[in-house]
Design a protein around this ligand. Structure first.
Ligand code: CTP
Length: 399
């Protein structure tokens, strides 16, 4: 199974001969979808070239708290950026400093600032690893929530054989994947998500829009990426930015552009979730110049846009899960059920406009999930991230 690990990984490298394995580790992490920022101790430079790790990670390697002409490497910001911190290899010296709160380099300052899960992969020779102080230090770290990976038994750089070898890159990635992604059925799946409200030009200055903020679609995209999916997010204009790893974003403006972008991606998607609020009508002729104010009334003739979701349903490849959204004011469930059947959907998410805190612009939402063969599932008011989890849980049962 290909393991997808869409996470921002802060990789701390300390001075141990096992640092030579870090090049393969960075490559494996990047291949799995991770964004990797390497922070090395000065001693680690003797074992692996920073240029190698910078090239493989695509980011400059950081070592000093203050580098060059007074450039401060902001350890707090680095720690906040990370979804997970991994210190591999962890040398006896860095272990001891972590255990006792010493802070004389960037790697340790970043560790002290980290609020994300922290993993360590110790690497040292047999007797060093066996030493009581090493075990006491590891126990201190584990008591504070740090998770240990390895070491393994085998041949050591000294020529001795025994415990102390850093775990192989593949085993480290497998452990992170097992802990962070688990056995989500979305791992490795391609997911297309549409988000935001389209804008239909009246003239170069004005447009017809709607109140969609894009928050629901972005929350779905982020949660799917966390579960190991390749996510393509086609979004109409929004103020939102997503910094989550594993999301490919395509920006569009109008319903026609959204239709093009979604259709291009539809055939190769395992799951399609159309959460965008797409305009049903657009001005038949957008003026090329700004429309001047006159005393008389102004009419703008509208024509229907293409129903993207209906197109998706008509061209749905075998095995694809197609999810639509609905916003209804009267007879909501019956209308949503009708839409599900008419548009060949597998699941429809019925939005509530009635409930306080639900719908446009809010950070919370209240929805009802209607599938093909089950009765409506009414969810409580919850964060849009919570709604995204519920929708994706339901989709996982359909895959
Ligand atoms: N949708 C779409 N293309 C459109 C309009 C809507 O793909 N041109 C999608 C939306 O992304 C959403 C779903 O259709 O997933 C439902 O949109 P909604 O406005 O509730 O329903 P309509 O199908 O437009 O039907 P009606 O206006 O009759 O309620």
């Amino acid at each position: 199974m290909e393991r997808r690990l869409n996470r921002k990984v802060l990789l701390g490298v300390s001075g141990s001969i096992a640092a030579f394995k870090v090049a393969a580790l960075v490559r494996d992490l990047v291949k799995a979808g991770a964004e990797v920022q390497v922070v090395m101790t000065r001693a680690a430079h003797d074992f692996v070239a920073p240029l190698t790790l910078a090239t493989l990670s695509g980011r400059p390697v950081l070592t000093e708290l203050i580098s060059g002409e007074g450039t401060w490497n902001d350890h707090v910001h680095l720690a906040r950026w990370a979804d997970v911190m991994l210190i591999a290899p962890l040398s006896a010296n860095t272990l001891s400093k972590l255990a006792h709160g010493q802070c004389d380099n960037l790697l340790i300052a970043t560790y002290l600032s980290a609020t994300c899960p922290v993993y360590v992969a110790p690497a040292m020779d047999l007797e060093m690893y066996r030493d009581a102080s090493t075990h006491a230090n590891l126990d201190l770290l584990k008591a504070r929530g740090v998770r240990q990976i390895g070491p393994e038994s085998g041949e050591l750089a000294s020529g001795l054989s025994g415990e102390g070898r850093m775990s192989e890159p593949e085993a480290i990635v497998a452990r992170l994947h097992a802990d962070l992604i688990g056995n989500s059925k979305l791992n490795g799946k391609r997911i297309l998500v549409s988000a935001g409200g389209t804008q239909e030009a009246i003239d170069p200055v004005r447009y017809i829009g709607n109140r969609s903020s894009g928050k629901m679609g972005f929350a779905i995209a982020e949660e799917a990426a966390l579960r190991g999916a390749f996510v393509e997010l086609v979004t109409a204009p929004t103020n939102l930015t997503s910094t989550a790893a594993g999301i490919q974003r395509a920006d569009v403006v109008s319903a026609a552009q959204m239709a093009d972008a979604c259709k291009q991606r539809a055939a190769t998607s395992d799951v399609v979730i159309m959460s965008a609020a797409v305009a049903d009508y657009r001005p038949k002729h957008a003026a090329t110049g700004k429309i001047k104010k006159k005393d008389a009334a102004l009419s703008v003739e509208l024509e229907p846009t293409e129903d993207i979701l209906a197109w998706m349903g008509a061209h749905k490849p075998a095995g694809q899960v197609l999810v639509g959204f609905a916003l209804e004011t009267d007879n909501a469930e019956a209308h949503a059920q009708g839409k599900l059947e008419r548009k060949n959907l597998d699941l429809i998410v019925l939005n509530s406009l009635q409930d306080a805190g639900a719908g446009f612009g809010h950070d919370t939402n209240k929805v009802t999930l209607i599938g093909r063969d089950t009765k409506a599932e009414h969810l409580a008011l919850m964060s849009k991230a919570g709604v995204a989890r519920a929708i994706l849980d339901r989709i996982e049962t359909l895959l």
